[in-house]
Design a protein around this ligand. Structure first.
Ligand code: NAD
Length: 499
């Protein structure tokens, strides 16, 4: 049933330091890479210990202090970004295959979202870096004062497993665009496309040392990287609890952090919505990528007047979702990424029952699969917003419904959350849309659309969904240091001391 491997899938994943794979020449712990659809090991990951992390950071430091990258003209750097964009495109099918293989996300969805987006990250930030200019202050007639933006140094860039190529490429592109160098630590569960991506960057002309790659578990490899004294800043995409650990570790040496964290986003279906489109959007919002998306519309708030019809139609459609091998083009729901994650998601179905929610669909493992970390598309109607299934990020194909009476109540429920990443609203009524977009506390509000990403605009979360913003201005501000220079226009009388 599965599409067979058309690509040479490397068995061993190691670090890449100074543009070269470290291979098996260093001692270290090996971990199996496991196919989530078959539960079979299909590769080996060599974990980078503190010594290997140190070598990677030193390579990035040297490339920053003496290498060509921070010193080259913007046009030259932009040309290399363009070539990285082209190289990602020309290896598109291979990278899509590896992302689907490791994550379990259906290949059709990976094709729609992953490599195209990653390539665009380099095209877009190539433009941003070439447009950057400083500020000039001429208000004081005796001085010319100007401010430039200097690269901030060596970045520790960390990425999660749910969409390795788009998310890790975002961390890398935003960091190195402005002349910085970095060490990337992707998730230990999905290292394969990351290894190829970093190799492809070098084939495209990126100088050695600008992007180094280390692999391993968070508390081992990740901690060594964040704590390293030669790291100047930390960019992290991952869970909120990990974000807190990283921020406190980085805080010990006052390293600035950019945190793109989790969410439990409200998807408000107002009675004025175009119901067909809202239905399509709600299904995509929670079931695409197997529900493993930070910006999933996982708390679906439906106005009582339309709730019965909307929920019935949602459940009917969700029941028809095709579960299966992620490499099969017909599959809509693949396996979850790793075993403990599947168990965690299933635990929320038990919890929903204990909390008195009505289980409308699913809640278990699909009976037709003997192997694979599959979870049935699940939908529950919670008793109220204080339930844990309404407050905690589940990160699986698990929709939690709540009903509301009017817009006031919908907005109150939506904002009663520790998270504030995104919010969705479906309504054809302009007044409803205008009020909701003002009052929703979230980094992004999507009206009548699921998940539209505009890279020029800020993206990030408030509350426990993050700190800082990706985007043209947000990334420039985080990854550069302003430097102010003042020069007198003529000699001026100075106070003479000791004369
Ligand atoms: P995670 O926090 O477990 O891991 C993310 C990365 O941090 C991995 O590389 C991991 O190895 C590393 N890590 C884990 N513990 C660490 C530690 N103590 N020190 C240093 N590094 C450590 O997240 P995950 O399970 O890989 O990804 C899912 C989470 O990511 C979800 O919460 C999701 O909402 C979030 N996410 C956020 C965004 C966003 O843009 N806001 C995008 C995608 C995913």
């Amino acid at each position: 049933m599965s599409a067979q491997a058309e690509f040479d899938v490397r068995e061993h994943v190691t670090s890449i330091i100074d543009g070269e794979p470290t291979g098996a020449r260093r001692p270290g712990l090996d971990f199996p890479i496991i196919n989530p659809a078959s539960e079979e090991p299909n590769g080996v990951l060599r974990e980078a210990d503190a010594a290997e992390v140190d070598a990677a950071v030193r390579s990035a430091r040297q490339a920053f202090e003496t290498g060509p990258w921070p010193r080259m003209g913007a046009d030259q750097r932009k040309a290399i970004f363009r070539s990285m964009h082209d190289a990602l495109h020309s290896h598109r099918e291979e990278l899509e295959y590896l992302d689907s293989l490791d994550t379990g996300v259906p290949i059709t969805q990976v094709r729609a979202m992953h490599v195209e987006r990653a390539a665009y990250n380099f095209e877009f930030f190539g433009e941003v870096l070439s447009q950057d200019s400083g500020e000039v202050y001429t208000q004081n007639p005796n001085f010319l004062t100007y401010a430039t933006r200097e690269p901030a140094g060596v970045g520790a860039m960390m990425a999660p497993w749910n969409a390795p190529i788009p998310l890790a490429s975002m961390r890398v592109a935003t960091c190195i665009a402005f002349g910085n160098t970095c060490v990337l630590k992707p998730s230990e569960y999905t290292p394969r496309s990351m290894q190829r991506m970093v190799e492809i960057f070098h084939e495209a002309g990126l100088p050695p040392g600008v992007v180094n790659l280390v692999n391993g578990r968070g508390p081992v490899t990740g901690t060594a990287l964040v704590a390293h004294p030669e790291v100047d800043m930390v960019g992290f995409t991952g869970g909120s609890e990990t974000g807190k650990i990283i921020m406190s570790e980085a805080g010990k040496s006052l390293k600035p952090v950019l945190l793109e964290l989790g969410g439990k986003s409200a998807n408000i279906i107002h009675e004025s919505a175009n119901m067909d489109r809202a239905l399509d959007g709600a299904l995509l919002g929670i079931f695409s990528s197997n529900g493993q998306q930070c910006l999933a519309g996982s708390r679906i708030l439906v106005q009582r007047s339309i709730a019965r019809e909307f929920i019935e139609r949602f459940v009917e459609r969700a029941r028809k979702l095709r579960i299966g091998d992620p490499l099969n083009a017909a599959t809509e729901i693949g396996p979850l990424c790793y075993e403990n994650h599947m168990k965690r998601v299933l635990g929320y179905a038990d919890l929903a029952r204990e909390e008195g929610a009505k289980v409308l669909l699913g809640g278990g493992r699909p009976a037709e699969f003997e192997r694979g970390w599959f979870v049935e598309p699940t939908a529950v109607l919670a008793k109220d917003n204080s339930a844990r299934v309404c407050q905690e990020e589940i990160f699986g194909p698990f929709a939690t419904f709540l009903e509301f009476h009017d817009l006031d109540e919908a907005l109150m429920i939506a904002n009663e959350s520790q998270f504030g990443l995104v919010a969705y609203l479906w309504s054809q009524d302009l007044n409803v849309a205008m009020r909701a977009t003002r009052e929703l506390r979230a980094g992004t509000v999507w009206v009548n659309t699921p998940m539209f990403r505009e890279l020029r605009a800020p993206f990030g979360g408030c509350k426990q969904s993050g700190i800082g913003r990706d985007g043209a201005r947000g990334s420039l501000e985080f990854f550069t240091e302003p430097k102010t220079v003042s020069i007198p226009l003529a000699d001026f009388p100075m106070l003479k001391m000791g004369s």
